[in-house]
Ligand binder design. Structure first.
Ligand code: HEC
Length: 152
């Protein structure tokens, strides 16, 4: 193999690695709509200066329904994942997922986006500090989460 061909090989392998890393939603997030508990009764409508534009639903994963009902879920246990999906006006698929996962006692913040229904979500390289700065407003009341479980 000459040097150019080898370089090309290395490049293709790197591109493949980057693509597999970025484009697919992690397995533990995928399927949240079936696996997790929907917290809101009505879609949360867009607000001015909305950090996550659109109509939103919030799901709690790896938490017992009973604990959400009686409030004992807060502060949320280790391994909890809260997922927010957002639908843009006129679209019937979520374009954005924002997640908060409780690991070693603190939240890990992530965001994924896509533009088309048949497209994979791509993780956004957003700074967690942005999420934290805003969510700290409900640090004590909701364990950093704005949404509380709503029962019918
Ligand atoms: C300027 C304030 C602001 C910023 C910045 C922000 N959020 Fe939020 N987030 C909210 C509000 C308000 C809600 C409540 C639902 C709504 O109105 O969309 C929310 C809801 C959520 C929820 C559902 C649980 C809850 O708190 O209701 C998750 C998960 C979430 N955000 C993750 C993130 C992540 C990840 C980031 C950073 C990439 C982020 N947020 C940045 C204000 C913010």
């Amino acid at each position: 193999m000459n040097l150019d061909v080898m370089r090309m090989h290395v490049l293709l392998v790197l591109i493949a690695l980057v693509l597999t890393n970025c484009t697919t939603l992690p397995g533990h997030v995928d399927g949240y709509e079936e696996r997790c508990i929907k917290m809101n009764l009505e879609e949360v409508p867009p607000t001015p200066h909305d950090p996550h534009d659109g109509y939103k639903n919030i799901y709690a994963c790896n938490v017992e329904l009973q604990a959400l009902l009686d409030g004992s879920a807060i502060p949320y246990p280790e391994g909890t994942m809260i997922v927010k999906e957002s639908f843009r006006e006129g679209e019937d698929f979520p374009w954005l997922l924002a997640t908060a996962e409780k690991k070693s006692g603190s939240w890990e913040w992530k965001e994924y986006k896509r533009n088309f229904a048949n497209e994979d979500f791509v993780k956004i390289l957003a700074s967690e500090q942005v999420c934290i700065d805003c969510h700290k407003a409900v640090k004590d009341s909701g364990d950093w989460m704005f949404t509380f479980y709503e029962s019918e």
